[in-house]
Design a protein around this ligand. Sequence first.
Ligand code: ADP
Ligand code: MG
Length: 369
Amino acid sequence: ATMPPLLSAIANAGRHGVLVKSAVVMERLGQVDAVALDKTGTLTEGTPRVTDLRPFAGVRLTEAASVAGTASALGDASATGTASATGTVSPMRDASVTEAASIAKGASVSGDAPATETSLLSEDALLTLAAAAEHPSEHPLARAIVAAARDRGLTLPEARDFTSAPGVGVTATVDGRTVAVGAPVRLLKGAADARPPAGAADAWSDEAATAVEQLEHGGRTAVLVTLDGVPAGVLGIADRPRRDASATVAALTALTGNPPMLITGDNPRAAARLAAETGIEPAAVRAGLLPEDKVTAVAEQERAGRKVLVIGDGVNDAPALAAAHTGIAMGRAGSDLALETADAVIVRDELATVPAVVALSRRARSLVV
Ligand code: ADP
Ligand code: MG
């Protein structure tokens, strides 16, 4: 017997590296006339790298400011009593946070003078705290932060009470301190439409605002780290567009007759830069979205009579993947929730398979009577 067209199309899609979960999905794929793409992990490679470490001056690693004598950990600096208060604590390869704290104590002590701790957070200490808190997370940014810590040979203390908020970030208890890592605007209490997690800050320092502004202006994803609710530092993270991102955007535009939308939780500047790099129209960019905002963006399109194909990888994409006419998840690095929720999964990690599969569906549909 000859295979029904939709079933052979599923087999064909499989050869392209796309797992289509049912004949119904195979049929629906050919109906889409609008596309919404997630940014991080979907239009980008999803293997971001930490490019900047900016610990803030004046952040305390320990509460104990009155340390008698000089800690030997600081070596020459403490011995001479000239430890700088401007963040030039010696680098701490392999330092755990506890070790970092003892170095910090040493740095604060100058002879018999009363100890006042000022700039105590080194780049390595900041990265150690962030990576420890991110360790349990499967988010691409979390993996980047943990990888950066590994690259520096840092030992990560264990994190307890880990929680993650999709589109926001993570919080955990590290060495008795509440560490939050995530989108700067979401880690600020009282920020418009924020839903601050534990560890959110009451206010930004000028230093935090400036660092975030500078990094985002440079097209980075700025990730804020707070320590017990106090902004402690910012990490800059960069990701590259996938090699086939532009070609896919162009092919999807041609296939659907509509320019694809970019729907992302990342900041507007990083989103705009990626849109420019991949041929997405500025007007089609929606940034700073929480998971439910992605659903709203898709629903608006569908109310306008379009059948929207959502492509995403994260837990934060799952509601939009479910709400859309059709949802496709990135398989290689996609979250389990996205894979389960989506109607189809890109197994071979090539975005360009999407227009190919839409075309396959249309051909199969034309054969179904
Ligand atoms: P996208 O929609 O582009 O895939 P997400 O919605 O997953 O991005 O994340 C949006 C923003 O939330 C990120 O740019 C980041 O600032 C923050 N964020 C989310 N999860 C994490 C995490 N695990 N660690 C740090 N930041 C996070
Ligand atoms: Mg994503």
